[in-house]
Design a protein around this ligand. Structure first.
Ligand code: DX5
Ligand code: ZN
Length: 226
């Protein structure tokens, strides 16, 4: 049985009270803080960077899961390591040398994730999977919170799950399979059945006042998957 993790995306938190929001969502049961970095270049939106990550780190008693939607990638990686990131994920289209970026993330002491947009093929895993700690499947086009889940992501999750399980059977390497975009209480069980073990949720958690209630309902739905 898979161990499920809920990664709360602070993109939908109240940015005027971010420290408090991080503490509240951790107290409510989030396993990871998902930190969305957008540059108005790789994606059409602009959010938060390493300074905010460092400022929030003391408020986050769970690992910080940094999702880089920036191009280029490498220059900013050590800054996020210093700012307290545990996991750093990036999009292959945003790096000139994907293998080098994965190695750089490891060199600075973080776990490395590769992110797949809805139209990005899983072929990128052919020569990277053995070096990754996390595979992130986007179920929306990156750039904004509050979008609807793209159903095609379920088939892609299943394909990624097969690759991850095959590698585990061969080598014992453990790789997380994360889904990001449009995850709700209502669809989380179906997403888990497709193979995800780590669930990013932003608007679903921060859009309702009772964070613990929402996370609790997500866990109850996951428990029904087994
Ligand atoms: C989108 C971000 C997501 C976003 C998800 O580009 O990567 O992490 O916060 O938000 P929801 O859960 O509202 O779809
Ligand atoms: Zn994200």
């Amino acid at each position: 049985m898979l161990e499920y993790r809920i990664a709360a995306s602070i993109l939908s938190a109240d940015f005027a009270r971010l420290g408090e929001e991080v503490r509240a969502v951790v107290a409510a049961g989030a396993d990871l803080i998902h930190f969305d970095v957008m540059d108005n270049h790789y994606v059409p939106n602009l959010t938060i960077g390493p300074l905010v990550c460092a400022a929030l780190k003391p408020h986050a008693s769970v690992p910080v899961d940094v999702h880089l939607m920036v191009k280029p990638v490498d220059r900013i990686v050590p800054d996020f390591a210093k700012a307290g990131a545990s996991i750093i994920s990036f999009h292959p289209e945003a790096s000139e040398h994907v293998d080098r970026t994965v190695a750089l993330i490891h060199e600075v002491g973080c776990k490395a994730g590769l992110v797949f947009n809805p139209a990005t093929p899983l072929d990128w895993l052919d020569h990277t999977l053995g070096a990754l700690d996390l595979v992130l499947i986007m179920s929306v086009n990156p750039g904004f919170g509050g979008q609807s889940f793209i159903p095609g992501a379920l088939r892609k999750l299943a394909a990624a799950r097969s690759r991850i399980d095959a590698l585990f059977a061969r080598t014992g390497r453990k790789i997380l399979l994360e889904i990001d975009g449009g995850v709700k209480v209502e669809n989380i069980a179906e997403i888990a059945r497709a193979g995800a073990d780590t669930f990013v949720a932003g608007s679903a958690i921060f859009g309702a006042p009772d964070y613990a209630g929402t996370i609790g309902r997500m866990r109850a739905a996951l428990a029904s998957v087994g």
